[in-house]
Design a protein around this ligand. Structure first.
Ligand code: B12
Ligand code: SF4
Length: 462
């Protein structure tokens, strides 16, 4: 049996190995007799027609399309094209978007079925059942559902069973999509070494930030053993030649014991490789001891999810931190000599022109070396998107450029986008920041930085 996965192509200047699909591939290979093919249309800039040609050539028994909201439109269009091919292929979609909008996805895409939640257990069962999906938890056809939340029998949609012991999932199938085949900046971060090894030590996050969907996707957190992570680090260094590690966990430092054990293990195993946490950690989940150890074991960049400098807004989004706590941790991290990076969102509930200015003032005057500023997107599955359900329409054309999906009273889209342009210039045009940044940009990444600037319309001055 052959399973073919597709990563659809869309207008994105950020490219990274699709870890989820690489995990599915290695899981299928270890636990079933099926073969796997991955068509990375985003990395390879393939048109739908080129994808269809590959499908015809490979003639798979099952096709799976990876789907985030950012490329939902491309995923469903591709699915419909596959369904109208002469040979009747069995096609399904999975990933974050179909998980939270399974009924809509099935209707829009004409797929045979969708997988809600993590894919490892359901795909094994589907293959074991000779492609029959009947009775498999978290696997739905259109007839099984009434709407995105409810099954046809009136009970709530259920997620697929999850692998509780993450160590039983083999390492991502890196042979299929080696890190060297990706550009230098997989996580929109100016990196030091190339190729970059992406690694996750955990799945999930127990925090409840209302704008985020990760907490509802996984519910709680599961962690790999430190031993298992170190084995993968060694594998990536030896077999994939990686020169830098990026931990893309939702929250690498969530548990103090764990991060201490991990840093010590990197040191004890003499693993001398620069590493970073580009996906962000919670500022209240680091202290001096942890930060010093992280630095000692090779961490050169730490990213914080800050969101806003206004405490009422932080409360509104259930961030569970104050700006004073966040600032304290940024200063501590900065003292260790790590590059500090922060992410902010403009247009959160409670935002006004004054709070935007407060955030701009904070960011510009903070010890942050780098920062990202984004407009609020209402991600399916986030508590905020549920709360504002009838007050916005999900804009599936708003793929990569961060335009707000919803506006707090008194603010316009133009105001938010201009504030973003303005803060980027104000933030980076500080002599020390600019000097450090310019010193950090390798020639190979100049083109990428210019692309980012064009995408954020940063050359358009107000
Ligand atoms: C690392 C990361 C990135 C990296 C790499 C993305 C990539 N290529 O995978 C980068 C920086 C490129 C990135 C970019 C973006 N990201 Co991102 N990212 C993540 C992060 C932190 C981890 C992803 C990951 O590896 N997860 C681990 C694997 C195991 O999980 P998984 O990918 O979901 O796969 C499992 C299941 O979903 C399922 N599955 C996945 N695909 C398929 C396919 C089939 C057929 C089946 C059956 C099952 C299946 O099975 C997999 C194994 O269990 C997640 C949050 C999270 N914790 O997941 C956000 C997340 C996926 N990102 C998100 C967003 C919004 C983005 C951006 C749109 C942000 C932006 N505006 O620029 C861009 C999209 C651009 C792009 N090129 O994809 C959102 C997506 C929300 C949504 N509704 O789509 C998430 C969930 C974070 C959040 N805010 O809630 N991201
Ligand atoms: S934003 Fe970060 S801390 Fe908050 S719920 Fe999402 S992953 Fe957890």
């Amino acid at each position: 049996m052959k399973v073919l996965y597709v990563i659809p192509n869309f207008n994105s200047y950020v490219l990274a190995p699709p870890l989820g699909v690489l995990y599915l591939s290695s899981y299928i290979k270890k636990y079933t007799n099926a073969n796997v093919v991955i068509v990375e249309a985003l990395r390879d800039n393939l048109s739908d027609e080129q994808i269809l040609n590959i499908i015809e050539k490979e003639n798979p028994d099952l096709i799976g399309i990876h789907c985030l909201t950012a490329f939902y439109k491309q995923a469903v269009t591709l699915c419909k094209k596959i369904k109208s091919m002469q040979k009747k292929y069995k096609v399904h979609l999975g990933g974050v978007h179909p998980t939270f909008m399974p009924y809509t996805t099935l209707k829009d895409s004409e797929a045979d079925f969708v997988v809600v939640g993590e894919g490892e257990i359901p795909i094994k069962k589907i293959i074991d059942n000779n492609l029959s999906t009947k009775g498999i938890q978290g696997v739905y056809t259109l007839n099984d559902l009434k709407n995105d939340e409810t099954q046809a029998d009136g009970t709530p949609v259920k997620k697929a069973e999850t692998v509780m012991d993450l160590d039983t999932i083999p390492f991502p199938d890196w042979e299929m999509l080696p890190p060297i085949s990706y550009p230098h900046s997989p996580h929109a971060v100016i990196a030091r070494g190339n190729p970059i090894g992406i690694i996750m030590t955990s799945r999930g996050c127990p925090s409840r930030c209302t704008f985020c969907s990760s907490n509802n996707f996984y519910k709680g957190i599961r962690q790999r053993s430190v031993n298992n992570v170190i084995e993968e680090v060694k594998f990536q260094i030896k077999n994939l030649g990686i020169k830098e590690l990026q931990f893309t966990d939702d929250n690498l430092t969530l548990k103090k014991d764990y991060i201490i054990e991990l840093c010590n293990a990197l040191l004890e195993n003499n693993i001398k490789i620069p590493w970073s946490t580009p996906n962000g950690v919670r500022a209240d989940k680091v202290d001096k001891e942890v930060l010093n150890l992280m630095k000692k074991s090779g961490c050169y960049l730490i990213d914080f999810g800050i969101e806003s400098a206004n405490n009422q807004i932080l409360k509104n989004i259930r961030k569970g931190e104050t700006i004073e706590q966040i600032d304290y941790s940024i200063n501590l991290a900065s003292e260790t000599g790590m590059i500090t990076q922060g992410n902010f969102i403009f247009g959160l509930p409670g935002e006004t022109k004054e709070t935007i200015q407060e955030t701009i003032n904070y960011a510009v005057n903070s010890k942050l070396d780098r920062a990202g500023f984004f407009a609020l997107r209402l991600l399916p599955g986030s508590d905020l998107s549920k709360k504002l359900k009838n007050k916005y329409t999900l804009n599936i054309n708003n793929s990569f450029i961060s335009k707000p999906d919803w506006l707090p009273e008194g603010l316009t889209e133009e105001y938010i986008l201009r504030a973003i342009q303005k803060v980027y210039w104000q933030f980076y045009f500080r002599p020390k920041r600019l000097w450090n940044l310019l010193n950090d940009i390798p020639i190979s990444q100049v083109k990428y930085i210019i692309k980012c600037m064009i995408n954020y319309h940063l050359f358009k001055l107000w």
